[in-house]
Design a binder for this molecule. Structure first.
Ligand code: SF4
Length: 294
């Protein structure tokens, strides 16, 4: 055994969320999830003791748990997905009701095999949630729908409060970290919504993970591109290697850099949520509440 393998670096304290995770486990333990997964649990998110118990925020994955792409940073299985569940809107409503959710983030795996990439299922679920509780805040974290504008249009039939899309990394690293995606295509999604959506109803949100070896200047360029494309909310958090992933953490980004990201974003008119523990849905309720349009 090499000497260095005897010592594993300790997790820095700023990557530990102190809120007890049992609060989340207890909340969902008795709940029939009916095939709907939470990202909080599936991704073993470090914040799951905080978001639902303290803020009434949950992140769920609809349309199954099999993705048609295979990004190495992600723990979601790749393969042939199951058909869509027509009962899913009602099931999501039941989860929101049972957990007294106040801010619901809904995402899906890439469903590239579907004609509309799953857009009509998103919009059906949003409609059901609106009918159940018009005060519920709804954020949809969407795939790129392969750039199909018809799919974007379907999402606006029942507009959510926030349309989020993760840029994930800087364009230089797309080929290794986000194969199958395209930086310009993702920006194109935001530009389309900037032109077509009512900005008083729908806010655009983007996100990045850091720690892949990107430079600070590259992150600043992404912030600028996003702001120009119409994004208002931006999240930045540390990449943590999920179980089974082959993609290593290149760098644990120091705390002071997040402060600089936030300042750089502010100058561009972005409301930035940046910290080591930030995920796309982390403190999503607070980011939205503190940055309401006048
Ligand atoms: S950050 Fe998102 S995935 Fe993590 S616990 Fe909070 S809502 Fe769930």
């Amino acid at each position: 055994m090499k000497p260095e393998t005897l010592f594993q670096p300790a997790t820095p304290p700023f990557l530990i969320n102190p809120h007890p995770k049992r609060l989340f486990r207890e909340a969902i333990a008795q709940l029939p999830m009916n095939g709907i997964h939470t990202i909080c649990e599936e991704a073993k998110c470090p914040n799951r003791g905080e978001c639902l118990p303290r803020h009434g925020t949950i992140s769920i994955m609809v349309m199954g748990s099999i993705c048609t792409r295979g990004c190495p940073f992600c723990a979601v299985a790749t393969g042939k997905p199951l058909p869509l569940d027509p009962e899913e809107p009602g099931k999501v409503v039941e989860i929101a009701r049972a957990l007294k959710v106040r801010y619901l983030v809904m995402t899906s795996p890439n469903r590239d095999e579907l004609q509309d990439g799953g857009a009509s299922q998103f919009t059906a679920i949003v409609a059901a949630l609106r009918e159940f509780n018009p005060d519920l805040r709804i954020e949809i974290l969407v795939p790129d729908f392969q750039g199909k504008e018809e799919s974007y249009g379907v999402l606006l039939r029942n507009p959510p409060d926030v349309v989020a899309h993760d840029l994930q990394t800087v364009p230089r690293l797309y080929h290794s970290i986000r194969p199958g995606a395209d930086y310009e295509r993702s920006l194109g999604l935001f530009r389309w919504f900037r032109r077509k959506a009512d900005p008083s109803r729908v806010t655009l949100k983007a996100g990045l993970m850091v720690g892949f070896g990107e430079t600070e200047g590259e992150v600043a360029e992404v912030l600028r591109d996003a702001a120009q494309a119409g994004v208002r909310f931006f999240t930045i958090g540390q990449y943590l290697k999920p179980p089974g992933s082959s993609l290593e953490v290149v760098e644990v980004v120091p705390l002071e850099r997040y402060q600089r990201f936030t300042e750089a974003g502010k100058k561009l008119g972005l409301a930035v949520q940046a910290s080591p523990l930030t995920r796309s849905s982390y403190l999503a309720d607070r980011l939205a509440a503190e940055n309401k349009r006048p």
